[in-house]
Ligand binder design. Structure first.
Ligand SMILES: Cc1cc2nc3c(=O)[nH]c(=O)nc-3n(C[C@H](O)[C@H](O)[C@H](O)COP(=O)(O)O)c2cc1C
Length: 349
């Protein structure tokens, strides 16, 4: 198969070579969320949350829904997580009947319940197994085959071997989270390792991990020379980020977001059919999950976060949103999270 470069990946921003992607996030990147994000400035690519692959698995309904009901106009990759080669191949064949841009393999999930089964990030301990999986899947997948991974399990001892396998098996795109599995989601992102992968691979690499704003994205792109960025949590916090990155790349003024716009965004999240379909208690938890990220840009002292976490009812929750966001509606929503404010949605398993 011909190797793809960024241009042949048909980036919709053809005049700007750099691509952006919404990183896959379990229980977040469903069809409603992707549609909502798209309305603020679409990423070039979407990825589904991971589809767990094992002997009896079938593509889960809500993941298939994210693919077939994708009205964003942007391609979507279906992500698989598993280690059984026959089942991965079987699932890849099933997925090929859906309108996907390609198939992505998860080799990065850091949740202990996942990596203990030698899937997701657990695979990074076994570069021989990775080589076999990539080889078999490459032969089985006629279209694009991409990988999302971290730089290692505990350290980067296997990194070069895994990169060599990615190159040998002509993977079409690598999304690389610049942390080890053991580093989970916090602390330093090793952008030097992302730069190393870029220099070693023929396929485009998307830099992932703490791409928090347009200026940060430009800095990371400059340092790593990556083909683009993959953004997870900061897209929940600031769905304008993809548009802002494109504006920055085009050297145009970058849109400034106000607290009133953020209040509207919260309403959009609340009105999503997936949120409306659940009971009030679950709906509050769901909204709080989003608000944990959004709150990192509202006020430097974290008052919004503190108050929002205390709310017990929908009325209390929206009361906090109105008070903290609409008292000074023209106040600027920070483009980067305020230092020291952590999102603690408890859903990064
Ligand atoms: C709630 C949540 C769920 C996630 N689920 C997935 C997933 O299904 N597949 C995957 O490859 N990565 C998953 N990730 C990891 C993200 O795709 C991304 O690599 C990570 O959050 C770092 O990027 P960020 O700093 O832009 O958030 C998840 C992350 C979060 C926070």
């Amino acid at each position: 198969m011909t190797l793809l470069n960024v241009t042949t990946l048909d980036a919709p921003t053809a005049n700007l070579a750099t691509v952006t992607a919404l990183a896959p996030m379990q229980d977040v990147t469903d069809v409603c969320f992707m549609t909502t994000i798209a309305s603020y400035g679409c990423p070039d690519y979407f990825f589904t949350e991971y589809l767990r692959v094992h002997e009896t698995s079938r593509p889960e309904k809500h993941i298939v829904k994210a693919i077939v009901e994708n009205t964003t106009g942007r391609p979507i990759f279906a992500q698989m997580l598993g280690e059984s080669i026959p089942d991965l191949v079987r699932t890849a064949h099933l997925l090929s009947h859906y309108p996907i841009a390609g198939i992505d393999l998860n080799m990065g999930c850091p949740a202990p319940k996942i990596y203990r089964k030698n899937v997701g990030g657990g695979l990074l301990r076994d570069p021989d197994k990775i080589d076999r999986i990539l080889g078999e899947l490459r032969s089985a997948i006629a279209g694009r085959f991409t990988v999302k991974m971290r730089i290692g399990f505990e350290d980067t001892a296997n990194f070069d071997r895994v990169l060599a396998s990615i190159d040998r098996h002509q993977i079409d795109l690598l999304s690389l989270h610049g942390r080890t599995v053991k580093e989970m989601y916090h602390g330093t992102v090793h952008y030097d390792s992302i730069a190393h992968a870029v220099s070693r691979l023929r396929c485009p690499v998307l830099a992932n991990g703490n791409v928090t704003s347009a200026p940060t994205a430009l800095e990371i792109l400059g340092f790593t020379q990556a083909a683009g960025v993959s953004i997870g949590r900061s897209a929940i916090r600031n769905p304008w980020i993809f548009k802002q990155i494109r504006q920055a790349l085009a050297r145009q003024p970058v849109e400034v977001v106000t607290l009133a716009q953020v209040r509207d965004y919260i309403d959009r999240l609340f009105r999503m059919p997936t949120v409306q379909a659940i009971q009030e208690r679950s709906r509050i938890s769901r909204l709080k999950m989003y608000l944990n990220y959004i709150g990192q840009g509202v006020d430097p002292a974290g008052v919004f976060l503190k108050e929002m976490r205390k709310a017990q009812t929908e009325a209390e929750l929206f009361g906090v949103c109105d008070r903290e966001l609409l008292t000074h509606p023209d106040r600027v929503f920070a483009d980067n999270p305020y230092p020291g404010l952590l999102a603690r949605p408890g859903c990064e398993g």
